[in-house]
Ligand binder design. Structure first.
Ligand code: CTP
Length: 482
């Protein structure tokens, strides 16, 4: 690689990554080891796109015993940590939040379709040809030993031609058969780069679908690809477009019979993609893919949804949250549309996870969307002037504490409870009501009729100096303040 190209790569990555790269290349030069930049970063560099990660590869010459691990461990950089990455001997050098991945050239054989490949030592050419698409099978030699007798870009199958033509092309007709997850990678890359799958590759994919190759892949591997599909929205990928390609290629049905992309889910997925790229909520935690799967599967029939979750090896709490989402979505959207006042919006959204908020934002009407955003960015973190302990100190106990706290929060967000004293007065009223209700509930079984007569005779709750009587859930008596 020419000095200027290496400088361009260095400029394209965060300073911490550039420092790691310099340290690794210095060690490689010292030991006269060939190191190349490979795969996605070369593709993105040649396309003039931003680089995110650097993938490097070590190519030991005959008689050299060095590998990625050995080279990485020789790096003289204080605080650098070397972590063995996967069962293929890839290592990651990390330091202060920056990292680069380094592997040793290898050959792969697929003994069984869909299973992980058998890995053996190999040449640089083997390593490039084992990859999914020609545009990913490119290398740029970085060190003196790597450059010896080599062109500036190593390109065994005209990957640069395909880059220029905007085409994703597999190396051989068995490629999708060997590794069906490449179909999901193809959809992701096609949408992210604006590329199309070559005609020959489409036909290879059709054959793999027809041969049932997709059945041999573990749910975890598919799920990881789906996770990437949604997190790639950060790079401008529209998840709806990628899923649409997969539907068009009959890959969704091959993943799980009956699985589709309902047209109704598409606009919401598109909006979700934009929200992932530019989060409209501060400090949003949660997994984008959970929000994506929730929206996608909400409009799929319940049986296919259940089977898809099982196929993706989703169990326990995440599976339950995704199963419950359609009903929760419908309920929350209905209540949001009716909510009057900020306190009422708070009562609807209080137990929503960040993922649910993202998903709700993507499928709500504009007015409800504005309410969700205002709640998430402003009201969610507002704390009323009293805590549970304050209420206990004021003489409340048992269920009255929780009921009073909810009521105070509602009034606090609506602006009808403004001070600590007002909150305590309200808390005492709520406590009286709770006590009266539990007394009348205790009497009910034996003296149903007598109680009814007695309660008719009871004086009305004294009028609150602050608030009208407790409204039913999600309704306050004050108009919403926009
Ligand atoms: N690869 C493959 N088959 C797979 C997964 C990965 O051939 N099922 C190859 C690809 O050619 C890729 C390389 O392994 O270039 C590294 O994988 P990954 O880091 O996932 O790919 P990138 O292309 O770097 O993807 P991204 O740009 O999303 O980081």
């Amino acid at each position: 690689m020419t000095r200027t190209a290496l400088d361009a790569v260095r400029r394209g990555v965060p300073p911490g990554v550039a420092e790691l790269l310099d340290a690794l290349l210095a060690e490689a030069e010292r030991r006269d080891v060939a190191v190349h930049l490979v795969g996605g970063p070369v593709r993105d560099f040649l396309l003039g796109r931003a680089l995110r990660d650097l993938d490097l590869i070590v190519e030991p010459r005959d008689g050299q015993s060095v590998d990625a691990d050995g080279l990485a461990r020789g790096v003289a950089l204080a605080d650098a940590e070397v972590v063995s990455h996967d069962r293929f001997g890839t290592v990651r050098i990390a330091r202060g939040g920056a990292a680069i991945d380094v592997a040793t050239v290898r050959r792969e054989r697929y003994v069984q379709p869909g299973a992980l490949p058998t890995v053996e030592p190999g040449s640089l050419d083997d390593d490039l040809r084992r990859r999914d698409f020609t545009v990913n099978a490119l290398a740029i030699p970085l060190t003196t030993a790597a450059r010896r007798g080599r062109p500036a870009v190593i390109d065994p199958e005209d990957g640069r031609g395909d880059l220029a033509a905007g085409v994703l092309r597999v190396f051989h007709p068995q490629s999708f058969h060997d590794d069906p997850t490449r179909a999901l990678r193809a959809a992701r890359l096609a949408v992210r780069l604006g590329f199309r799958l070559s005609r020959g590759s489409r036909s290879a994919l059709r054959d793999a679908v027809a041969a049932g190759a997709f059945g041999g892949v573990s749910g975890e591997r598919y799920r990881r690809e789906i996770e990437k599909l949604f997190s790639d929205a950060r790079l401008g990928l529209d998840p709806a477009a990628a899923l649409r390609l997969l539907a068009e290629w009959h890959v969704l049905g091959a993943l799980e019979p009956g699985l589709s992309l309902p047209p109704k889910a598409r606009p919401a997925l598109r909006r979700l993609g934009r929200a992932i790229a530019a989060p409209p909520i501060e400090d949003l935690r949660g997994e984008p893919w959970m929000a994506g799967l929730a929206l996608w599967l909400a409009d799929v029939d319940a049986t296919s949804r259940r089977r898809t979750l099982r196929r993706l090896a989703l169990r326990g709490d995440p599976a339950q949250r995704l199963t419950d989402f359609p009903k929760r979505r419908d309920r929350m959207l209905r209540q949001l549309a009716r909510a009057r006042g900020r306190g009422a919006v708070d009562a609807v959204l209080a137990d929503a996870s960040d993922e649910e908020l993202l998903a709700l934002l993507a499928c709500a009407e504009p007015a409800s969307r504005r309410r969700i955003l205002r709640w998430a960015n402003e009201d969610r973190r507002r704390r009323p002037p009293v805590t549970g302990n304050d209420l206990v100190a004021a003489g409340l106990s048992g269920p009255a504490v929780g009921a009073a706290l909810s009521r105070i929060r509602l009034g606090w967000l609506d602006g009808t409870v403004r001070t600590r004293d007002e909150a305590i007065v309200l808390a005492r009223e709520v406590a009286m009501r709770v006590a009266r209700r539990s007394r009348s509930a205790a009497r009910k079984p034996k003296q149903k009729r007598a109680t009814r007569r007695a309660s008719a005779a009871l004086p009305e709750t004294p009028a609150s100096p602050i608030l009208p009587p407790t409204p039913p859930p999600n309704r306050t008596l004050l108009p919403e303040r926009q």
